[in-house]
Design a protein around this ligand. Structure first.
Ligand SMILES: C[S@@+](CC[C@H](N)C(=O)[O-])C[C@H]1O[C@@H](n2cnc3c(N)ncnc32)[C@H](O)[C@@H]1O
Length: 464
């Protein structure tokens, strides 16, 4: 039979709309004549007049014409760039409401993709920050030119218009200082700015990373070529204004690509890495090394994973998708043995160095995919009691899922940045005999719609 469903909403049509929930990008979601409507900026519980700006057979996108009844959580976003920048989506919602909505995003995903009754589950409230500002340790600001002035910032959502940002209130203040000084020096020395449309110009991106607990900081200038004629003058000016900077490096990215970094990195001044400390562990971070962006919340996230792992000091633990080994090293003091793997060789090398630096000698890291390395270890007779996974947004690879269901570790601790793939993977693990014991949302990125979660799955014990 043909699908007889008609498009009931016309582009430009105005209609009243009650916002039922928050969508994954922080937008309001409502229903008009049973058709789903997504409205950026609208908040759950609000009654608005909406204008349809895009319609398709499956959904409509709208904009707010008028708010008839505002959410009690609605506030004035404190950042002057909020409407234009696209970095934060829900600054206009009070922080305690944000934490509730993030838990709700997880609930929605589990209701949609699993049959698990959430009422009986240990489904915890979102772990938030006491002061949810100035939490980011790194920024990547695209350089641009506007009316003869050097600018740096982020692109407006869905456009190639750059918003020049002098101050970002979710970043460490030193990052603003470094970015503004670099903009000024680039302006004074007339350093040419990269134009992505013409694929011309030198300075592409200003990347700054700060060690929150060490105070060390690094500037990375991403440039389109190695040749840097103003280098000496640039460094002289920079050192005058930032005499305590620990590391200045240049990364060369000659490609026409939206990716920020290229393959070649050159140290211009100071060290090639900066130090950071997370509680009892220290890490050395090179320009391209992955490191969690919110150090205060990282400690809470990793502690949630450690608690879920329920270690006694004897277990063999896998840190799958280990990056620079941070989770594995974090739990190592309570594990018998730790093994981790990641597809990025430089991250694995960093993990090995981080283990040595922290005197952890019962952790082994290997380069390779989780889906190939994990079954090999099992085949070699090394059986994991606990597996911690922290996959990319796409979730667990099918082959890894098969290995888990075949080798049946006692506990699986799933650290996830994507509620949908988490819920889908939990369904598969449940079908394979695992029970979802607890679900802990953690807010790693206040004022954005992103939510991280730690799920604990346990294998029912065999009856004797
Ligand atoms: C969300 S990050 C986790 C990083 C780390 N656990 C942390 O907290 O810093 C995901 C990691 O998975 C790695 N990765 C992606 N696909 C992979 C695969 N098939 N096997 C192993 N690692 C993979 C990426 O290189 C990245 O380091």
């Amino acid at each position: 039979m043909k699908d007889t469903k008609q498009v009931t909403i016309q582009k430009g049509q105005r209609f009243p709309l009650t916002i039922k929930r928050m969508g994954i990008d922080g937008e309001g979601v409502g229903f008009f004549k049973r058709q789903v409507v997504f409205v950026p900026g609208a908040l759950p519980g609000e009654e608005i007049v909406c204008e349809a700006v895009k319609v398709s057979p499956k959904f409509a996108a709208g904009k707010i014409v008028k708010i008839r009844r505002a959410s009690e959580g609605r506030i004035k976003a404190p950042c002057p760039y909020f409407e234009k920048c696209g970095g934060c989506q829900i600054q206009h919602l009070s922080y305690d409401h944000q934490l509730k909505e993030k838990k709700d995003l997880l609930r929605q995903a589990f209701e949609r993709y699993t049959k698990i009754p959430l009422n009986n589950l240990d489904f915890r409230d979102t772990i938030g920050m006491e002061n949810p500002w100035r939490y980011r340790n790194k920024s990547q600001m695209q350089a641009g030119m506007k009316n003869g002035k050097v600018t740096a910032g982020l692109y407006e959502p869905g456009s190639n218009r750059l918003t020049d940002i002098d101050e970002c209130i979710v970043q460490h203040p030193q990052i603003d200082k470094v970015t503004n000084i670099v903009k000024q020096i680039a302006q004074d020395l007339k350093i040419s700015i990269y134009d992505s449309k013409k694929h011309k110009g030198f300075l592409r991106t200003i990347v700054t990373r700060v060690g929150f607990n060490t105070g060390e900081y690094q500037l990375v200038l991403v440039t389109s070529s190695k040749d840097f004629p103003e280098k000496d003058l640039f460094l002289k000016e920079l050192k005058q204004r930032l005499p305590d900077i620990n590391s200045v490096v240049q990364n060369v990215n000659p490609e026409k690509t939206p990716l920020v970094f290229g393959d070649e990195t050159i140290v211009l001044d100071g060290e090639d890495q900066i130090m950071e400390q997370l509680d009892h562990l220290t890490f050395k971070l090179s320009a391209r090394a992955f490191f969690q962006l919110n150090p205060e919340q990282t400690i809470k996230l990793y502690n949630a994973a450690k608690d879920a792992a329920g270690l006694t000091g004897r277990e063999k633990v896998v840190d799958a998708y280990c990056g620079t080994g941070t989770i594995g090293l974090w739990i190592a003091d309570r594990a018998g043995e730790v093994r981790g793997m990641d597809i990025i060789d430089s991250a694995v090398k960093d993990a090995e160095k981080n283990a040595v630096r922290n005197n952890i000698n019962h952790a082994l890291f290997e380069t390779g995919s989780a889906e190939t390395v994990m079954p090999r270890w099992e085949k070699e007779g090394w059986h994991a009691d606990v597996v911690i996974v922290d996959p990319p947004r796409t979730g667990l690879d099918k082959e890894l899922m098969k290995t888990l269901l075949k080798t049946k570790p006692e506990r699986i601790v799933y650290v996830s940045c994507n509620p949908s793939t988490l819920a889908k993977n939990v369904t598969e693990l449940s079908a394979g005999g695992y029970t979802l014991e607890s679900l802990q949302p953690v807010d790693m990125f206040p004022h954005t719609s992103q939510v991280e979660a730690v799920a604990l799955l346990i294998r029912p014990r065999k009856k004797k």
